[in-house]
Design a protein around this ligand. Structure first.
Ligand SMILES: [Zn+2]
Ligand SMILES: [Zn+2]
Length: 337
């Protein structure tokens, strides 16, 4: 089968390898669509907890082509997507319902072979059926949406509160869509790309702010007393440290964007103390995949608009170039015939 292997830091190759061995509790999926995520870029740059060589790709959908002996819920031909996070269900954190902090966690496309490949083997417990009305391209966005559902559940907001989102990429837009569902009274979105901001407007942002150096002043004018919720969807530490100032007293900061492992940001501890600030992380997915699929199935979030371009696997290099160098792009996917 044809795969893209990340062989080491900044090194990748598209090549033929043997199909994966299928465990008795695993399902073999013929991949139809796989999104390239910021995390994949961190993996390629050795800024994550990856193991090289690795076939990356953790946002995907496809069709079942084989099932292991113990698989009971799926059959050949089923259309599916997957939660790439594999939890042991036995360790301390799994037993107290903190599965996403499983001490023995594996992840498809991070610690084991992923979906930048014609075939991917995934444990049955991680697989979810997708309805006929969802395309494979849409279903491949269920995983990022599941991450966003988890983050939104953690940060909450009450109807009428104000939200400020930094970053209008696919994650920022998904957060925007969800906080609208939560009943925010005003959502302001900040980004460096005018095209992305135009999309944020289409998706219901009340105001958008171009990050051209004048944004701090503009944000202050929009809401002089700050926002109940400030969300980072940029993953850039120097942007993140500037975001805190916009949090209202007793407000919440959701750090959603993935910064490189070991990077630093500067925080004024007195500001956190004086303003009763709550700082939250949001790691991966915790039992929110089905909710993401439910939202997609009911057409609540127009995710197909998030796909800027899709390339066949042999053109992985072009796809990567676009991810790295086109500031206006949203989700770039790899597709298979
Ligand atoms: Zn991802
Ligand atoms: Zn565990």
């Amino acid at each position: 089968m044809l795969v893209c292997v990340f062989e080491g830091k900044e090194q990748w190759v598209v090549k033929e390898v043997d199909p994966p061995d299928l465990g008795e509790d695993e399902v073999l999926i013929q991949v139809k669509a796989a999104g390239i995520c910021g995390t994949d870029i961190h993996i390629l740059r050795a800024e994550y907890f990856q193991d090289f060589p690795i076939i990356a790709g953790h946002e995907f959908s496809g069709q079942v082509v084989e099932v292991g002996r113990k698989v009971s819920q799926f059959k050949v031909g089923d259309r599916v997507t997957a939660d790439p996070n594999i939890f042991c269900d036995r360790c301390y954190f799994c037993k107290i319902n903190k599965n996403n902090h499983c001490l023995n966690a594996q992840a498809v496309g991070v610690t084991r072979s992923g979906a930048f490949a014609e075939l991917v083997a995934v444990p049955e417990k991680c697989i979810f059926p997708i309805p006929e009305n969802l395309t494979f391209a849409e279903a491949a966005l269920a995983e990022p949406l599941a991450c966003v559902v988890y983050g939104a559940k953690r940060s909450g907001i009450q109807p009428g509160e104000k939200v400020l989102i930094f970053g209008a990429g696919p994650i920022g837009l998904l957060l925007l869509a969800l906080y609208k569902v939560y009943g925010a009274s005003q959502i302001v979105v900040v980004d460096v790309s005018e095209k992305k901001l135009a999309k944020a407007k289409e998706w219901g942002a009340d105001l958008v702010v171009l990050a051209d150096g004048t944004e701090d002043k503009l944000i202050r004018e929009i809401s002089p007393l700050g926002f109940e919720l400030v969300v980072d969807a940029t993953g850039i530490p120097r942007v993140q440290e500037n975001e805190l100032q916009f949090i209202q007293p007793d407000g919440t900061y959701l750090l959603f964007g993935v910064a490189p492992v070991g990077s630093q940001m500067t925080i004024d501890p007195y500001f956190i103390f004086r303003n009763d600030v709550r700082i939250l992380g949001s790691y991966a997915v915790k039992k929110t995949m089905q909710y993401a699929i439910n939202l997609l199935t009911q057409g609540k979030i127009p995710v197909k608009e998030l796909v800027s371009a899709s390339y066949p696997l042999p053109q992985f290099g072009q796809a990567l170039q676009e991810v790295l160098h086109n500031p206006d792009r949203l989700k770039i996917q790899i597709h298979f015939a």
